[in-house]
Design a protein around this ligand. Structure first.
Ligand code: FES
Length: 110
């Protein structure tokens, strides 16, 4: 985890809404949460095969912050990428990416 890529200004993100960013050739779905954290997971939805995770719905399961696929409603932990609900399929986790905000700029590690 040695490379940090600046992707956008923090002010470009809307709370509880995802955006897709291209980091080193990989699409990352970034989410600014109401508590100020910015989390990143792969934008590629392994169930539908589409790059749609950034358009998923932010929610929670107990203490865990989640994103639900807009396609087939699978649910992942936004911090770890762990698949929490495969909606009847074999669970497939999402790669999770470290995110840091430095000087108001969102950086993604890869
Ligand atoms: S290190 Fe990237 S903006 Fe400061």
């Amino acid at each position: 985890m040695s490379t940090w890529t600046p992707v956008c200004d923090l002010s470009a993100l809307d709370p509880e809404r995802g955006v897709a960013a291209l980091v080193d050739g990989v699409q990352v779905a970034l989410f600014l949460l109401d508590d100020g954290r910015v989390l990143g997971v792969a934008n590629h939805d392994p169930f539908s095969g589409a790059n749609v995770v950034s358009r998923g719905i932010v929610g929670s399961r107990g203490e865990r912050t989640t994103v639900t696929s807009p396609m087939h409603k699978q649910v992942w932990d936004l911090v770890t990428g762990e698949c929490l609900d495969a909606a009847g399929k074999e669970p497939v986790d999402l790669p999770a990416f470290p995110v840091e905000v430095r000087d108001g700029v969102v950086h993604v590690g890869s």
